[in-house]
Every structure is written in C-alpha cells, then in structure tokens.
Design a protein around this ligand. Structure first.
Ligand code: NAP
Length: 280
C-alpha cells in the first residue's frame, strides 16, 4: 500500500468506492474488499448505502481503528436543496454515524458546493462535529479553485482533502496546483474513468510492458503523484482484486510521458447542480 499524509494521518491511498453498490450487494462487497486488504472505504449520505457499509465492516471483524471511513454531506436530500445547512449537517451526520455503526468518521466531506447555503455555515457546523470528536478530518468534494480558496479562508481547521473526478483522461491541472500549494490531499473519484481508457492503445502499451491491465496502470499513474488517493469501485471480486494488485510495479519516466500526453478533457460527472468547472 502507498500512504498519503492527510493532516498528520497516514491514509491508505487506495480506497474502495461504493457508489451504486446497494443493499445485499454492498453488504457483501464491503467485507470482501476488507478481506482483500482495502482499509479505506468511501461512501456518502446520498449513496443510500451507509447502513450496508456499516453492517459490512462490522461483519468483517476488523477493529474500527484499522479502517478509514469517508462519508459526505448530501447537498440534495429528498429534493431539499439546503442539504448543506447547519441543521442538516448536524442531523445528517448523527444519522450517518448510526448507520455506519461507528461513533466517528475519519473524513467528512461537503459533497457539492451549494449556491444556496453560505459555505461558512456548512464549515462551522462541520467544525462543531469535529470538536465533539464525531469527525476526525474535514474536507470537500467537487470544489473548484474558487471554492477551495473560499474554504481555506473560512475553515478554522485545515481542509484535509478535495475529492474530485480525476483520471488519465481528465487532467485537473488548476485544482491540483492549488491543492498542492495548500497541502490539501486530492482523492480521485472515477479513477478508472468508468472503463473509458481500458482500450486506449497508449495505456495498453504501457500495461503490456509491465504485465498489467490498463486499469492497473491508470491507478498507478494516480497513486504515484504526491498527495493523490484513488477510490475505484469494483463490485466483483476479480475487479476488486485486480485494483489492489498494483503495488508490485512502478511506472518509469517514458510511461509517464506517454500517459501525461493523453487528452485530458473527458469529464464524466457533471450533474445539473455542478459548479462551473475550472478548465481542464
Ligand atoms: P470508477 O471507479 O472509475 O469505475 C467503476 C466501474 O468500473 C464499475 O462499473 C466497475 O465494475 C468497473 N471496474 C472496476 N474495476 C475494474 C477492473 N479492474 N476492470 C474492469 N472494470 C472495472 O467509477 P465510480 O464508481 O463512479 O467512482 C469510484 C468511486 O468514487 C465511487 O464508487 C464513489 O465512491 C466515488 N465518487 C464520488 C463522486 C463525488 O461526487 N464525490 C462522484 C462519483 C464517484 P464492477 O463494479 O462490476 O466491478
């Protein structure tokens, strides 16, 4: 495993994404991932699977302290677009903790910036949870450079992380530049671009050279960058195993040159409430 320093905490850089894993599938997948060696699980209030993640990790028998759990505050809750409000943050996190069967989460993220709720209100509510020991670190997701700048100015404790779409086909240079400057870790979501580079000849050439798959190369490319984590989702055992079998090879300068030159403008996640993104 590679670890990223997140405000003094050693966090496993490869995590397990759970979007779209629901019900029994999720409850089965979480202990499977833990058995394979994953120690970092990503969920969110809006994934509607926190209870299954909770039951899953408890069933695995792993001590709570050995697991890093991230959840995210929903921006849209049952059609209520004030999901980032102080009231919702406090209530929502109590519910998350109950569902996740834990008395703290390692990382709490604002899932999406809100045009309706002042960022200061959301961050203050999160700070209160941190002071109460219910949250270990605070972060954001889908924040542009402008949002990050505002968050850094407003937050009392450090912004530990920005979780963004990041993969071989989306370069994200402005956000990465700002995050590095301010010691903010970046968690790459959709790190496999949901299969979009599996057949890319450049990626396949690098993969063949190392006896690996294109997805493994894509994950390695992310984790070899300082301060970058990745949370691929894999419901099936072969995929979950493949994604964690990336710690026995390394990319060289030629590989990186070829991979860095791939066109970096493929964005897969941009719902109606997304902010105006920075140029790729
Ligand atoms: P992804 O991880 O890029 O791709 C997941 C897809 O790839 C699944 O269909 C999975 O299939 C397949 N897959 C996984 N490993 C594979 C392998 N080795 N070979 C072939 N196919 C493979 O996309 P994602 O799930 O959208 O993103 C990952 C995680 O990021 C999410 O689960 C979620 O936790 C987080 N996320 C966060 C946000 C946000 O707004 N913060 C947005 C999107 C996602 P199987 O499941 O069948 O194995």
């Amino acid at each position: 495993m590679i670890f990223v320093d997140m405000q003094g905490r050693k966090v496993p850089a490869l995590g397990y994404g759970t979007w779209d894993l629901r019900g029994a599938d999720c409850e089965r997948a979480v202990p499977m991932a833990i058995e394979l060696g994953y120690r970092h699980i990503d969920t969110a209030q809006s994934y509607e699977n926190e209870a299954e993640v909770g039951r899953g990790w408890v069933a695995s028998g792993l001590p709570r302290g050995d697991l890093f759990i991230t959840t995210k505050i929903a921006r849209v809750v049952g059609g209520d677009v004030t999901g980032n409000s102080a009231k919702h943050v406090a209530r929502g996190v109590e519910e998350s903790l109950r569902k996740l069967r834990t008395d703290y989460v390692d990382l709490l993220l604002v899932h999406w910036p809100s045009p309706d709720v002042p960022m200061a209100e959301t961050l203050e509510a999160m700070e209160r949870l941190k002071s109460a020991g219910k949250v270990r670190a605070l972060g954001v997701s889908n924040f542009t450079v402008a949002h990050m700048r505002e968050a850094v100015k407003l937050a009392k404790s450090p912004v530990a992380c920005n979780q963004i779409e990041y993969h071989l086909l989306l370069s994200q240079r402005p956000v990465i530049g700002f995050a590095r400057e301010h010691g903010i870790a970046l968690t790459a979501y959709c790190p496999l671009a949901r299969g979009r580079f599996m057949d890319n000849p450049v990626v396949l050439r690098v993969a063949k050279k190392h006896g690996k798959t294109a997805n493994q190369v894509g994950l390695r490319w992310l984790l070899e960058q300082p301060g970058v984590l990745a949370i691929p989702k894999a419901g099936s055992l072969p995929h979950a195993r493949e994604n964690i079998s990336i710690f026995d090879f390394a990319l060289d300068a030629d590989d990186r040159r070829a991979l860095d030159a791939l066109p970096g403008n493929t964005r897969l996640v941009s719902p109606g409430w997304a902010p105006k993104w920075d140029a790729a």
